[in-house]
Write a protein that binds this ligand. Structure first.
Ligand SMILES: [Zn+2]
Ligand SMILES: [Zn+2]
Length: 174
């Protein structure tokens, strides 16, 4: 069966947001072959949710839960977009508080772990944002920009704007 499409998380297997599993989904009570690796934030304790019950909103609706609570610049987004990210998007397993980055008044797509070489494509705007947020110093970013290292950085996540392709980075230390 084909996996449901997530606008803001287009490759959930590759980004390890979904894993192959023979567990029973706690929403539809079926074994559908895949389970989300992140949790839904809700009052009830729910561990195993299949991607179909995330995509159609049934998991969120049944338990009044959210997959993403913190959305960057949330007040610049339409309620339809906010609802899609919070209630119908498979999230990523985070160490720190989970944040969904945004750009061009829309959610960004999650692309998993970044590598140093990704910094070759960083914009001035994103460089300044990371400096302002004290994620990196300017010197650190300049060093990353000349790196050709393509190994995944476990502490650094990557998002891309669905409109202008702006790359954005998020630190997630364990
Ligand atoms: Zn299900
Ligand atoms: Zn953009």
């Amino acid at each position: 069966m084909q996996l449901p499409k997530f606008k803001y998380n287009p490759n959930p297997i590759e980004t390890e947001c979904l894993e192959k599993s023979d567990k029973t989904c706690e929403i539809c009570n079926k074994k559908r072959g895949y389970i989300a690796t992140s949790i839904m934030l809700c009052v009830d304790t729910i561990y195993d949710i299949c991607p179909w019950c995330i995509a159609d909103g049934s998991a969120s609706k049944k338990h009044n839960g959210e997959f993403v609570v913190n959305i960057e610049n949330a007040n610049s987004l339409s309620s339809a977009i906010l609802q899609e990210i919070s209630y119908r998007t498979v999230s990523y397993p985070a160490y720190q508080e989970l944040v969904w980055l945004t750009h061009c008044n829309d959610g960004c797509e999650f692309l998993g772990h970044a590598c140093e070489q990704d910094f070759k494509f960083i914009s001035e705007e994103e460089t300044q944002r990371l400096i302002d947020e004290k994620t990196f110093t300017k010197e650190h970013i300049e060093n990353l920009k000349i790196s050709n290292d393509t190994s995944e950085l476990p502490y650094l996540l990557k998002f891309r704007c669905v409109h202008c392709n702006e790359l954005k980075f998020l630190v997630d230390f364990d």
